[in-house]
Design a protein around this ligand. Structure first.
Ligand code: ZN
Length: 507
């Protein structure tokens, strides 16, 4: 009895300390959300300092010696519990994160947060102005800080490995290169065969569409998918993202292009996929390291599943297209469903990753991954990055950006975080989305027919049951194995692409 009471006390103390860390991190996310949505430019310098302070405090609290002692004291208790138990998972995952965090000094965490915030603000000015020179000093410092961060973790095979581990625990440069190599072998001939044909016509998407109607329509779709608006909201931003302040407040953002219907629509579906994952985490896990999605890859599997596998399917638009036509009768009233379906699935060699079609998308990701490795390895200097970017686009996609705005400045990642570990999750997510959706269809073959009548409860419920509710209890590899019954394989995803685009392009 006494031993049990001591353990309860220790576990409660651990939870209380972790909740403080979570609250500081959530407060930082509120400031970050504000910086990315409504903050006037004058707020910049103070905001960088405030974010830096909160990140440092959270890091100091999380790496306190008392947390290490509590984890030590709970080790035999953890070992007495089943692996899947919430408490065992809490101790296991907290220890894993703690052992990583104590290697990084709080002063470095503060410096990185401060630099990142300033760099982001410089990027928001530089991108519209096509001014790479304006952000180059920031990016050079980011590369320096990224290398320093990796240096706190000696013993890895590749300098990017510890940076990848932050976002995709269990993956390394070697495993990702192998997977990307196999995928590229499958994608290259598919892209070749499709782009050799007459391109599909997407003119119906390239008209004037009112901003308010675009936003309202996207929100209506994601509400039907299962995004809970009592625990979420949609705002505008330069680079769409999702953020969570608690399981009860998970927000999405989008950007609107008044002359292209796809941009706000599909980025809203994408971010809602992220948000439904966070909203679906079991309430008992809130306020702990288990209370968030388990990896960048699994997170992207959910955003890409809802955006593409569901959101660009013929089934879904059988239901939504008449509503879309009613919203934009002048633009789409005379455009048949099949023409719209083909327009939203047009495959082309293009410049912008976030707007790329499903078939070429991973080529955009792979070249960024390679550039990150070149920068970290010291084979590429930041000043040569714009030219290297153009050369890779020419090589892999047969098209090169006319400027840096749609070249090396297009993605926020390197300007709002570290270099290393930023991009692999997108392709890992695509691959996982194929595997997860195939497993969902095995369990519930009725899902496509339900989507065609605007019903998403079976799919959403299956994802919640099998993926969302677990938060970070399982690593990505464990989750894939549990959900699909096999280790991660590119095959289901390649089958999906071949099936869909084979039909669209009569391959
Ligand atoms: Zn995403």
């Amino acid at each position: 009895m006494k031993r049990r009471r001591t353990l309860d006390t220790k576990l409660n103390e651990l939870r209380a300390r972790l909740a403080e860390v979570y609250d500081l991190q959530a407060a930082a996310r509120v400031l970050d959300w504000d910086q990315n949505t409504y903050m006037p430019p004058g707020g910049g310098p103070a905001r960088a300092r405030q974010l830096s302070t909160l990140e440092r405090l959270a890091h100091e609290k999380f790496t306190a010696a008392e947390i290490g002692q509590l984890l030590d004291g709970l080790r035999s208790y953890e070992e007495s519990l089943p692996y899947e138990a919430d408490e065992a998972s809490l101790i296991r995952v907290t220890r894993r994160d703690y052992e990583r965090a104590v290697k990084v000094p709080p002063s470095f965490v503060a410096q990185l947060a401060d630099h990142t915030s300033n760099s982001y603000q410089a990027w928001t000015v530089a991108r519209p102005a096509d001014d790479f020179a304006g952000v180059r000093p920031y990016l050079e410092k980011t590369l320096d800080l990224s290398r320093q961060l990796a240096g706190f973790f000696p013993g890895y095979e590749h300098i990017a490995d510890p940076l990848i581990e932050y976002d995709d625990y269990g993956m390394t440069v070697a495993t990702i290169r192998a997977l990307f190599g196999r995928l590229r072998e499958q994608l290259a001939p598919l892209v070749q065969a499709i782009t050799a044909q007459e391109p599909l016509d997407d003119a119906c998407l390239r008209q004037e569409f009112g901003e308010a109607q675009q936003l309202a329509f996207g929100l209506e779709i994601v509400r039907r998918f299962g995004y809970d608006l009592a625990r979420g909201r949609l705002d505008k931003t330069p680079h769409p993202f999702t953020t969570e302040f608690s399981i009860g407040d998970v927000r999405i953002t989008t950007r609107v292009n008044g002359r292209h219907l796809g941009e706000a629509l599909f980025s809203t579906l994408h971010e809602a996929g992220h948000a439904m994952y966070e909203q679906g985490i079991h309430a008992d896990l809130e306020g702990t390291p288990l209370g968030g999605g388990t990896s960048a890859g699994v997170h992207e599997s959910q955003s890409r599943l809802w955006e593409n596998v569901v959101g660009r399917s013929r089934d879904v638009w059988q239901f939504f297209y008449p509503h879309l036509q009613a919203t934009f009768p002048g633009q789409l009233g005379r455009v048949p469903l099949e023409a719209f379906y083909r327009a939203i699935n047009k495959v082309e060699r293009s410049l912008i990753r976030t707007e790329a079609d499903e078939v070429t998308y991973n080529l955009h990701v792979m070249l960024r991954f390679e550039l990150e490795l070149d920068l970290l390895e010291g084979h590429l200097a930041v000043r040569d990055l714009p030219e290297a970017w153009r050369a890779r686009y020419q090589r892999d996609l047969g098209i090169a950006p006319p400027d840096d705005r749609d070249g090396v400045l297009q993605d926020v990642h390197w300007y709002d975080g570290t270099i290393g570990g930023a991009f692999q999750g997108y392709t890992l997510g695509n691959v996982m989305s194929g595997a997860f959706f195939e497993a969902a269809l095995r369990a519930h073959p009725e899902i496509p027919a339900e989507m065609a009548v605007g019903e998403f409860g079976t799919l959403h419920g299956w994802l919640k049951e099998n993926i969302y509710q677990h938060g970070s209890k399982y690593t990505a590899a464990e989750l894939v194995e549990r959900v699909t019954g096999a280790p991660l394989s590119i095959e289901p995803y390649v089958r999906y692409l071949r099936g869909k685009y084979g039909e669209l392009y009569r391959l």
